[in-house]
Structure formats: structure tokens, C-alpha cells
Design a protein. Structure first.
Length: 184
């Protein structure tokens, strides 16, 4: 009973973040920035005074859908490819990732990846093509940076545990390109 309650709280928080992202993207032409501008939300830039972060644009370059290419290994191994990604930015730093960028379905997407980022840690879930879910409530391994009008997220050595107590942990690596971006 205690374990299922401990797992429920992170899922509710991630679901709330996903719902917030689905209706908040900004497509205003006023938000475009010069391609030479860039910023990062990696732990290394915490505390730096970077005025460019205060006036971040929110329209991505490219097709506007984004993508996620992730591989995982450990208790299970495979690859996850998702063709739409929504991200949220707060105060010029990556705050959340939802892939696919759609929460209008009553059944969870397979595959899917969500993360709520604070400082150098992220509450993260990954659901594989076969429906197996993994999570971590405070994992290091996700950094995001903006170059031009596109947020790119690097996932490196992200360790996630299974939601099924009989499963084994996995390590996730890959790249995510944000399609829609909410916030500033």
C-alpha cells in the first residue's frame, strides 16, 4: 500500500504538468529571436546573470512538432521515438517536457516521456512501446539549452526505476527537440 501511494504522487504531478503544457504554447511572431542567441538550463549556468534568458522567444525552429529519440538499457533495452514534444520554460530555464505533445487522449500514449525539471534534477517517467513504465522522482541526467528558436534537451545517464516492483531499472540516453514551447 505504501509503495503504490508513493508512486501515485509523482504521476499526478507529471499529469498536471502535461495538461498545463498542452494548451499553453505561444506562436507569436513577436517572440522570435535572432538565431545567434542561446541560453542553457544546465546546472552549470545556475546563478549566472544572463539577461538573454529574461526575454526568451517561444517559437521553435523547424516543423514546430519536435521529436524525441531515446535509447534505454538495463533490465530492458530498446529505443523510443516520439514525433511531437511540448516543453515549458520558466525564467529562461527548461521546466517541463511532455512527449508526445498531446494529452487529449483518455489512454496514456505508448511510448511517452515526461519530465518536470528543477535545478539539476527531474521528476521523470518513461513508458515504452509495450506499455512498461519507469520513473524517478528526483533524477539527474536532463539538461536543456536554447539555440536560436529551438530548445534541445540532452538526456544522459538518466536512471529510472520500474513502476512494477518485479522489474529492473534502466538507463536512458538521447536527444529531445522541443516543438511547442510555453512560458518565458
Amino acid at each position: 500500500m505504501h509503495r503504490s501511494r508513493a508512486l501515485t504522487v509523482p504521476f499526478i504531478a507529471l499529469a498536471a504538468a502535461a495538461l498545463a503544457l498542452t494548451g499553453c504554447s505561444s506562436d507569436s511572431d513577436d517572440s522570435k529571436k535572432d538565431a545567434s542567441d542561446s541560453s542553457a538550463s544546465a546546472p552549470a549556468d545556475a546563478g549566472k546573470d544572463d539577461k538573454a534568458k529574461d526575454d526568451e522567444g517561444s517559437e521553435p525552429a523547424g516543423d514546430g512538432k519536435g521529436s524525441a529519440q531515446l535509447s534505454y538499457k538495463g533490465g530492458a533495452s530498446g529505443e523510443v521515438s516520439i514525433k511531437s514534444v511540448g516543453c515549458a520554460v520558466m525564467n529562461g530555464k527548461l521546466a517541463a517536457i511532455t512527449a508526445p505533445d498531446s494529452a487529449d487522449s483518455s489512454t496514456p500514449a505508448k511510448p511517452s516521456f515526461t519530465a518536470v525539471v528543477t535545478d539539476d534534477k527531474a521528476m521523470t517517467t518513461l513508458t515504452t512501446d509495450d506499455g512498461t513504465s519507469y520513473l524517478h522522482t528526483s533524477a539527474p541526467g536532463i539538461t536543456g539549452s536554447k539555440s536560436g528558436g529551438t530548445w534541445v534537451v540532452t538526456v544522459a545517464g538518466l536512471e529510472l526505476g520500474p513502476t512494477d516492483p518485479t522489474g529492473d531499472s534502466i538507463t536512458v540516453d538521447g536527444t529531445i527537440t522541443c516543438g511547442s514551447v510555453a512560458g518565458m
